[in-house]
Design a protein around this ligand. Sequence first.
Ligand SMILES: Cc1cc2nc3c(=O)[nH]c(=O)nc-3n(C[C@H](O)[C@H](O)[C@H](O)COP(=O)(O)OP(=O)(O)OC[C@H]3O[C@@H](n4cnc5c(N)ncnc54)[C@H](O)[C@@H]3O)c2cc1C
Length: 507
Amino acid sequence: MSANEHFRVDRGSQLARLRSEPLWDLAVIGGGSTGLGVAVDAALRGLRVVLLEAGDFAQGTSSRATKLLHGGVRYLAQGHLSLVREALRERATVLRNAPQLSQPQAFVVPAYRWWQAPVHLLGLKAYDALAGGRSLGPTRWLGRSAVLASLPTIQPQGLKGGTRYWDAQFDDARLAIALARSASRLGALTLNHCRVDGLLAEGGRVTGLRCTDAEGGGSIEVQARCVVNAAGPWVDEVRRMADAGAPPRLRVSQGSHVVVDREFWPSDVGLLVPRTRDGRVLFTVPWQGKVILGTTDEPREDIPQAPRPRDEEIDFILAEAAAHMVRPPTRQDLRSVWSGLRPLVLPARKGQGRGTARISREHAIWTEPSGLVCVAGGKWSTYRAMAQEVVAYCIGQQRVPPGREGRGDRSTEELPLWRDDGVLMSALAGADAALAEGLTEQQVRFAVRHEFARTVEDVLARRSRLLFLDARAARDAAPAVASVMRAEGIVQPGLEDFLVLSEGYLP
Ligand SMILES: Cc1cc2nc3c(=O)[nH]c(=O)nc-3n(C[C@H](O)[C@H](O)[C@H](O)COP(=O)(O)OP(=O)(O)OC[C@H]3O[C@@H](n4cnc5c(N)ncnc54)[C@H](O)[C@@H]3O)c2cc1C
């Protein structure tokens, strides 16, 4: 299939292919931004690649980001200039390759004390300068009245003015689905709802993996020249499949968000609080008709599949909002609350402090003694460069050929990730049948046929983003979504599971 043809999902054929392929070049564990990026890069070079995801694509951290394509103002303050520069370059790459899923976003950093004005302005001008020719707009000082005109509900008491700068935002889960579709079009096998539960080894070297189809297709053994562990916060868990005593390489920190209606922040411009009372940054970002507030940074020892915001985290976000908004939201105003787990690579050097906020977000790629290649850390914003590095690393280690069919030098830098599905969509019934605001029967059919959706949660959390935007509306729509999915041939779309899960998104 060429990269320009449409991909129609047929799970039966996918499973048959998984069973029959004698030897893959690359087997990727984990379908978040990292693993999907690796699959696209490898498939573009013509390599035979399979990706297995335990749940749904982006079900882990990759659907739970603040949805910013950014260099990271905080990393600038920490002096990680090369990290910031690379991320700003990649910000431009996503904006170019996935224009329908990303756009520039203006922010204001308010100043409530005069000394903050030059500090913020100089810092953010430096941030913009690091973008070079890829700047999205000039960084400017706005006086008090200009800030109030732009952000009508900002706390005016003591406000001196603010610095306006530009970054970008995107739809994280939908970009992940675009990556899965791109990889498939390029020849990769990308299978969700198929957990890897063991690694195959010969003479102490990993030669493949064993996975289980969540829909009852049983256990399948997969042989591969190279296995890449891109399991995000679960990277250590997968490492221990090869070496039960492997010491941890990751620390995990939880970040939570709350979502409110636009009336609390009726502006297209976001707010960045550069230093909360406990020294973090906090964003208020308009997104898909609602407003996201977050995030927190709490170390976690356990690594749950579905992390929930703690009460203290919600209280913390609401207290910060109260300090910056004229009519702050209360718990009753929250439409949805959700958390993600940051996979942070432990610093090689000592002395970086104990808090997770100070561990660098830079990624690491390494090989275990068993030959298992691992990748962890980084950000969504830099997924593409990180994935390119992983594939180059596997090639450099002579674990996989440098490419097949003369495609070894292809780069994802110019690869469009979005296509117009209008014709495909219009062939499906149900355009006029609304199941919720912004969700039609036609879109559910499309999600099943062309976007790998297998459960009600897949549709309501990651094809539509309704669960993240308005958890009650998502619960109300769930039975109707399930019945369309059944009509599309999915016998058990997991309605009961979804109703239980969605409780956790209700504040
Ligand atoms: C609160 C928060 C806010 C963030 N905001 C931003 C932001 O605004 N901008 C930005 O650039 N970055 C942001 N990030 C960082 C970014 O989201 C992550 O760096 C990125 O999503 C990590 O992707 P990943 O693929 O490594 O991990 P994940 O997305 O977690 O993917 C790992 C996948 O592996 C699967 N898996 C695990 N075990 C197995 C197994 N045994 N078999 C098969 N599959 C398995 C999991 O189900 C999961 O889907 C944020 C992170 C957090 C936590």
